[in-house]
Design a binder for this molecule. Structure first.
Ligand SMILES: [Zn+2]
Length: 188
């Protein structure tokens, strides 16, 4: 269900004209959508305030009329798109920092990893399945090691001694992650 439709059903509920089927649908949506729950509470609160204030009996479509007027005044009232973007931001940051973290570890432990892959008989035999003869495998591994080393030398030339900078960036990413996470928590 879209949030606009949920909004419509909330109006029905507050006006006391929500059908059983609609109530079920609305419940389903509210369980998944924090933004609409927030809106729902806000509506209820406003209605409570109006009830306290009004001496005369509230007409059936009172809430709907008031809300449609309020919505016209503040069309940006719905928080849904904003919170969606924040969710996506969190995911993108998360994936980026994981990939970056793996990258940093690969750069830092390149020699150990390379050594491990070349020395480990299990890895070697696994690679051997793709290459028919052992000589070819050996040649291939030497060539591979040479190529990888060249890449690493190149990377190292660029990176120089900025491993600390990489770690610093990683920490910054972690802090940003934490801030986004905390912000989401507070908004719920
Ligand atoms: Zn919603």
């Amino acid at each position: 269900m879209k949030c606009e439709h949920a909004d419509e059903l909330m109006m029905n509920y507050l006006d006391g004209v929500l059908s059983k089927d609609q109530a079920y649908q609305l419940n389903q949506h509210l369980q998944k959508c924090d933004s609409c729950v927030e809106t729902f509470y806000a509506y209820e609160q406003i209605q409570e305030e109006f009830k306290k204030m009004s001496v005369v009996e509230v007409p059936e479509d009172f809430t709907r009329n008031v809300m449609s007027k309020i919505n016209k005044i503040t069309p940006q009232y719905h928080l849904e798109p904003q919170s969606c973007i924040e969710n996506i931001n969190g995911i993108v940051w998360g994936i980026f920092s994981i990939l970056f973290g793996i990258g940093v570890l690969l750069v830092m432990y390149q020699q150990e990893l390379l050594q491990f892959l070349l020395n480990n008989p299990y890895t070697a035999s696994w690679i051997g399945q793709f290459i028919p003869t052992f000589d070819l495998l050996a040649d291939y591994l030497v060539q591979l090691q040479h190529n990888i080393n060249e890449v690493f030398v190149f990377v190292q030339k660029i990176m120089g001694n900025i491993k600390n900078v990489l770690i610093f960036i990683l920490i910054v990413l972690g802090v940003v992650q934490y801030q986004i996470y905390r912000k989401e928590k507070v908004e719920i």
